[in-house]
Design a protein around this ligand. Structure first.
Ligand code: F0G
Length: 457
């Protein structure tokens, strides 16, 4: 059979809101054209993020009742710890309330001012937490990652020459490889690249950690794309990545298939003791880490379910079918489609707008107005800033709009609706108007900025 069907059936339904264009125009004005400020009950299809929006399985929901809420040493912790040990091979497992808490704990324990931490491309919270710990976060993606239209199977790979040079020149206690690389389009990292990174870290005495938020999607894409690995199971391939690293940081809100949760797992017992000691004031006791026992149960089950080949085949095919349909319609999308999202190339989509006209923001607002679809600008608004001494803002490298697909939430019909809306918007792209920022917070400005459309110059 050629028809792809979801490898699950629906047991619980949640109505989605439908609104009129007039409702959405009012909502946009009230939110100062910032989609983070639109109430979710005015969003028909929410593609702002794939994080924490997962639909849990019947097994996970059943596990919630079985959660052991003991303060210390709960049965749910023991199960969670066993699942993570089996998956990763790491001895020490430390739960945290989400990924960024794991980042903060690890970096505060490991880094000193002046350290440099290279990566294939750090996620924004990782970047901000590294700099908060006094380190310099350095992104070293391969050159192909900077060209949205380039067909390269492993745009998540790190530039090995640049990494070798950085390791030789700087004080580097830690290298982080993010799988898949969210910062460049959800593209996978190849096992060959990971092996080469391990060898470089060994040569220079640096630790290597995985940001494993989307480890299972990475494993599936490696299985599909890397020569000679097509027969290996996703679980086995994921394990191969974990084995090459000294530990991992995890936001379980992605491939943990849960709505909240995260963890650190590592081999070094002394470092784990430091982390367990440090976390008590912020995250809580080391056997619950800011989570309820039921959350640990749900995470344990999610980590078991996520490497199911039937699940991953469908997940990756669903995202790819949206990307391929848009590509076939001539819409400029990041190629090839990665693991968790389809990215529009904002500047190619709206070539009549300049980079500082915030073309990505024009697209996300117009897509919401047209069809009630919420997407996320990852471009000038999110990453732009003025230069040292207040020099004017320059254009950022890549200006993208992310259509992130939550796991097990939307059906193929929902995504057909999204594709139709994007195609309609693309056909009317000459009507997209420039945007300007009228107020912005000093850091992470996209969350709080107020904007308005402005007349073309
Ligand atoms: N690392 C990666 C690669 C991520 O994508 C995220 C979150 C984090 C770490 C932080 O984890 O949210 O649990 O604290 N990414 C979300 C996104 C927010 O929309 O891509 P967290």
């Amino acid at each position: 059979m050629r028809t792809r069907i979801e490898p699950y059936r629906v047991k619980v339904v949640e109505p989605i809101p439908f609104t009129s264009i007039a409702d959405r125009e009012r909502a946009l004005a009230a939110a100062h054209w910032n989609l983070f400020k639109i109430p979710a009950n005015l969003v028909t299809i929410d593609l702002l993020t794939d994080s924490g929006m997962t639909a849990m399985s019947a097994h996970q929901w059943a596990g919630l009742l079985d959660g052991d809420e003991a303060y210390a040493g709960a049965r749910s912790f023991q199960r969670f710890e066993a699942v993570v040990r089996t998956l990763t091979g790491y001895t020490h497992v430390i739960p945290t309330h989400q990924g960024r808490a794991a980042e903060r704990l690890l970096f505060e324990a490991m880094l000193k001012p002046g350290d440099v931490v290279p990566g294939n491309t750090h996620f924004d919270t990782t970047h901000a937490n590294l700099e908060r710990a006094g380190a310099r976060a350095v992104n070293l993606p391969i050159a192909a990652a900077r060209t949205p239209a380039a067909e390269h199977p492993f745009k998540g790979d790190i530039d090995l020459d640049a990494l070798a040079e950085t390791l030789a020149r700087e004080r580097v206690p830690l290298v982080i490889i993010t799988v898949t690389s969210n910062g460049v389009g959800g593209h996978p990292v190849s096992l060959a690249n990971m092996q080469a990174v391990r060898a470089l870290c060994d040569k220079h005495g640096a630790r290597l950690f995985l940001d494993a938020a989307r480890f299972a999607e990475n494993a599936w894409l490696v299985r599909e794309r890397e020569v000679g690995l097509g027969e290996r199971t996703p679980r086995d391939l994921a394990r191969a990545f974990f084995e090459l690293a000294d530990g991992c940081l995890m936001s379980a809100k992605k491939d943990g298939l849960v709505n909240i949760g995260g963890f650190l797992a590592l081999r070094d017992g002394a470092l784990a003791d430091t982390l367990r000691r440090d976390m008590v004031l912020g995250e809580g006791f080391p056997t619950y880490g800011g989570l309820a026992g039921r959350d640990l149960e749900a995470m344990a089950s999610g980590l078991e379910e996520v490497t199911d080949p039937a699940y991953l085949a469908d997940r990756i095919a669903q995202v790819r079918s949206l990307g391929d349909r848009l590509h076939a319609a001539g819409v400029p999308v990041m190629r090839p489609t990665g693991g968790h999202a389809v990215y529009l190339d904002s500047r190619a989509f709206a070539p009549h707008l300049g980079p500082l006209d915030l073309p990505g923001q024009a697209i996300v607002c117009a897509l919401y107005r047209l069809a009630g679809i919420r997407s996320c600008e990852i471009g000038q608004l999110m990453k732009g800033h003025s230069g040292p001494g207040g020099t004017p803002e320059g254009a950022v490298d890549l200006d993208l709009v992310r259509l992130a697909i939550p796991r097990r939430v939307y059906t193929c019909c929902h995504l057909d609706y999204v594709a139709e809306a994007v195609e309609l918007l693309y056909a009317a792209r000459s009507e997209l108007t420039p945007f300007e920022i009228i107020e912005q917070p000093p850091a992470l400005r996209h969350f709080g900025a107020k904007l308005r459309p402005r007349a073309p110059r």
